[in-house]
Design a protein around this ligand. Structure first.
Ligand code: SF4
Length: 312
């Protein structure tokens, strides 16, 4: 098979210059996609970055809800998504109509939703959060005010444990990648590498979080690995982050934690891997597919995202 990635990279660079476009990419995309990005980050950093870029076009190399978030914050810019089929199992675990019915049962609750939700769910939300700031967001709400936390039951449970809040109701959603890690295999790996630190994303199940040396967002994990004196880390999150870890800390060793079924490749987010140099190039050429939102929904979603950014 002919490797035409150099040609694609140079055409993408040309198109970015011609069209005054920037590419924002999530850490979970493939290394070759990360290479053509102008900004690389986790959900929170990319939401903030989207507002600050001086460009006419933002191409979001990530999953659908991320591109929607960029459009919510930058309605005047053209926001492109190279692969609109790239969804998110966590966002899909919270249907907006079901969520509206659920919310109606608890009218006095403040709604906190993870950014991994559709724009329609964000429009039903008071404050969004990411795994970077979920604790600060929940702590910003008066202790006597009850909370609905959606959609990730693992992150919600973790925050509930940290804050000791009993008045928090959790939506029963999860991410297929972070739910699949095997405790047994993780402990075997830890026995083989006793000096390694175990770093875990809070979307993992509670029994995985319980054996972590550090629990945090993608950005938090990256910082921790840089600060720590350890030379080896067992990484319990989506494996795409390993490329950035190795780039930042070439002298350290990063070992991906295995999922329960190692043949399924489930520690790789299949949706993030749907973004390729080919679909990025075609998307910039055609300026399509583009994210288009209903203005009323967008405005309501914007309020909840801005409330989150204010607590950053
Ligand atoms: Fe969604 Fe999970 Fe993929 Fe993140 S890793 S985009 S939460 S499916």
């Amino acid at each position: 098979m002919v490797d035409n990635s150099a040609t694609l990279r140079s055409r993408i660079d040309e198109l970015k210059r011609e069209k005054n476009a920037v590419i924002l990419a999530h850490y979970y995309t493939t290394p070759e996609v990360q290479q053509v990005a102008d900004f690389l980050g986790d959900s929170l950093a990319l939401s903030v970055q989207a507002q600050q870029v001086d460009a006419d076009i933002i191409l979001f190399a990530g999953v659908h809800f991320m591109a929607e978030t960029a459009k919510v914050l930058c309605p005047q810019k053209k926001v492109l998504i190279p692969c609109p089929e790239a969804g998110c199992s966590l966002a899909e675990s919270c249907d907006a109509r079901d969520f509206a019915a659920f919310k109606a049962r608890y009218p006095d609750h403040t709604v906190v939703s993870y950014v991994n939700t559709t724009v329609e769910v964000k429009a039903l939300t008071d404050i969004c959060c990411t795994s970077s700031n979920a604790l600060r967001v929940v702590e910003s709400i008066p202790a006597d005010r009850p909370i609905i936390f959606a959609p990730d039951r693992n992150l919600g449970g973790y925050i509930q444990k940290l804050t000791g809040r009993r008045n928090m109701i959790l939506w029963d959603g999860a991410c297929h990648v972070h739910e699949e890690f095997s405790l047994e295999k993780l402990l075997q790996l830890k026995a083989q590498h006793p000096a390694a630190k175990v770093v875990v994303h809070p979307e993992c199940r509670a029994y995985i979080i319980a054996v972590a040396d550090y629990v945090g967002s993608t950005a938090g994990i990256l910082d921790y690995c840089g600060r720590s004196d350890a030379e080896e880390f067992i990484v319990v999150t989506e494996a795409g982050i390993l490329a950035e870890m190795q780039r930042r800390y070439p002298a350290k060793r990063f070992i991906p934690a295995p999922p329960d079924d190692e043949t399924c490749g489930c520690n790789n987010c299949k949706y993030m891997k749907m973004v390729t140099l080919e679909n990025i190039c075609a998307c910039l050429e055609n300026e399509s597919p583009e994210i288009v939102l209903d203005e009323e929904v967008r405005k309501r979603a914007e309020r909840s995202i801005r409330n989150m950014i204010a607590i950053r």
